[in-house]
Design a protein. Structure first.
Length: 330
């Protein structure tokens, strides 16, 4: 099944039928500010860590179709070995400025869409979806996760990369008011790991691994970033959840069921097991194998007895309540 097959007639509700609204002044436009920030020393520092971690993470994820949504400056699927690797970008973000050199533009996308909230892909047709810094820039991060869940096959993989609000960088960004200038590009909101875990649990995603990185303080110059490089090993050991960037890998779990049909063939009822006679205690009487005999009853149906009376003897044991045949010894 080709995941790029268009769906012109399929509409899942009135929301999909509405035309796309123009960007409002309050909605952040991430691409220009993000591209400028990536050219800074701090942006290159983050790019190197994310490229290294993604190369280790996606190299052993197998399937047929891999999908990267946005942030094409980072080649998240470079180390992946799937035959079809699709890079998706929003139309306005993929446009090069007039007179700008082509080599300075982001990597050319394979698919242009109006937004990541509605993808022109078939349901359950993709094996891997990578979301690099898309939830924090989107006005509807829940819808992006739901759309990724829709296009992923059962046991498909989802990789989310984002900025950690519980870090020095997140703290510095929260102080982005005068006289402080914002350190990170303007975003809608920074989403932490606990909040992301709750969202994934509602969509039946199971997180199997996570990584934190970039423990250096928010420095703007390469000189100070180099001086703080020793914090990488120390932070990974002593305060691992305070990294500036996190990377989460999750698996889509779909609960299966096994249909049990009617029993067309009637099985014969099992035969009852024969009762085992166990002698018990008695107030008075003759003993039988460690027990006692309560009384002797003449039973003409068994046969002659040893005393010549022509009637066999049968005993009752009070402990077991089972008739015990008894024959006297001569």
């Amino acid at each position: 099944m080709d995941p790029l097959k268009s769906k012109p007639e399929i509409r899942r509700g009135p929301v999909l039928a509405r035309p796309r609204q123009e960007s409002s002044p309050n909605r952040p436009e991430p691409q220009p500010a993000w591209s400028d920030w990536l050219a800074s020393p701090a942006g290159q520092y983050v790019m190197r860590w994310e490229t290294e971690q993604l190369s280790r993470l996606v190299v052993d994820m197998f399937g047929y179709f891999a999908l990267q949504l946005g942030f094409l400056e980072l080649d998240a699927l470079q180390a992946n070995r799937m035959p079809h690797r699709i890079r998706v970008s929003i139309g306005r973000d993929a446009q090069a400025a007039p007179g700008e050199d082509r080599k300075d533009c982001p990597k050319a996308p394979d698919l242009l869409v109006a937004g990541f909230e509605e993808l022109p892909l078939e349901s359950q047709s993709v094996d891997l979806v990578v979301l690099p810094h898309q939830l924090e820039f989107s006005a509807a991060p829940h819808q992006i996760l739901r759309e990724a869940d829709r296009v992923l096959r059962p046991e498909g993989r989802l990789v989310v990369v984002g900025m950690n609000p519980l870090s020095l960088w997140g703290l510095r960004q929260s102080l982005s008011s005068r006289p402080f200038t914002p350190f990170l590009p303007p975003t809608g909101q920074l989403i932490g790991i606990p909040r992301l875990r709750d969202w994934m649990k509602l969509l039946s995603f199971e997180i199997d691994s996570g990584h934190y990185g970039c423990y250096a303080p928010p420095c703007r110059t390469q000189k100070w970033l180099d001086r703080m490089h020793f914090l990488e090993n120390a932070g990974d050991r002593w305060w691992p959840i305070c990294g500036a960037v996190y990377m989460v890998s999750a698996v889509k779990r779909v609960r299966g069921m096994r249909l049990i049909g009617p029993a067309w063939k009637k099985r014969p009822a099992p035969k009852a097991a024969p009762a085992v006679a166990v002698s018990g205690r008695s107030i008075s009487g003759r003993s039988i194998g460690g027990g006692t005999i309560d009384r002797i009853v003449r039973d003409p149906d068994i046969g002659p007895s040893l005393d010549g009376s022509g009637v066999s003897d049968r005993t009752y044991s009070r402990g077991s309540g089972v008739i015990l045949p008894f024959r006297r010894r001569s």
